[in-house]
Design a protein around this ligand. Sequence first.
Ligand SMILES: N[C@@H](CCC(=O)N[C@@H](CS)C(=O)NCC(=O)O)C(=O)O
Length: 185
Amino acid sequence: MLKLYGAAQSRASIVQWYLEELALPYEFVSLDLKAGEHRQAPFTDINPFGKVPALADGDLSVWESGAILLYLAEKNGQLADLAQKAVITQWVLFGNSTLANGLFIEQFREREMPRLLGVLNAVLEKQDYLLGDAFTVADVAVGSILAYVPIMLKLNFDDYPQVAAYVQRLTSRPAFQKTIGHRPG
Ligand SMILES: N[C@@H](CCC(=O)N[C@@H](CS)C(=O)NCC(=O)O)C(=O)O
C-alpha cells in the first residue's frame, strides 16, 4: 500500500487531498516534527532532506509535493497525452513556486499578488478549472496554495471574484473537506 509521510498541518495535506480525490488506499505515517522525527532515520532514508511530504510506493520514494502529485496523476492514468502532461506540469510548478513565493514571501506579496491573482481571475472567467471544464491535479496544486491564503495570511479574494468562486468550488469538494479542510481547533 502507498505510504504518505507527513505531519499535522503540513503540505502533506495537499497530497492527501489528491489521494482522496483518486480514492486510493494509503497509509498516513504521521511524524512528530517537534520531536525531530523527520530529521533522522528511518525517515531520512525516504527523504534525506528531512522534509514532508514524502511518498513510498514499494521500493520507490518520491518527495516534493508537486513531484508526488505528478507521479500519482501519471500512475493513475490522469495524464491523457504529452501535451496535457506539459500543461499540468506547468500549473503544478506554478503553484509550488511562482504562486506560493508570490503570495507567501512577504517582500514579494505587494507586487506579485495583484499580478498573479489578476491573471488567474481572467483565466477562471472563461472556465471552471485550470484546464477547462474538468477538475485535474493542476487544481489540487494551485487550489491548495490559494486555500491557504485565508488561513495563513488572513486575506480574502474580494478583488478577484472568479478566484473566490474557484476556491469555493474546490474547498467544498468532499476530498478537500476530509483533508486540508479538516483542521483541528
Ligand atoms: N517544496 C516542498 C516543501 C517541503 C517542506 O518544507 N515541508 C515542511 C512541512 S510543510 C517541512 O518538512 N518542514 C520541516 C523542516 O524543514 O524541518 C514540498 O512542497 O514538498
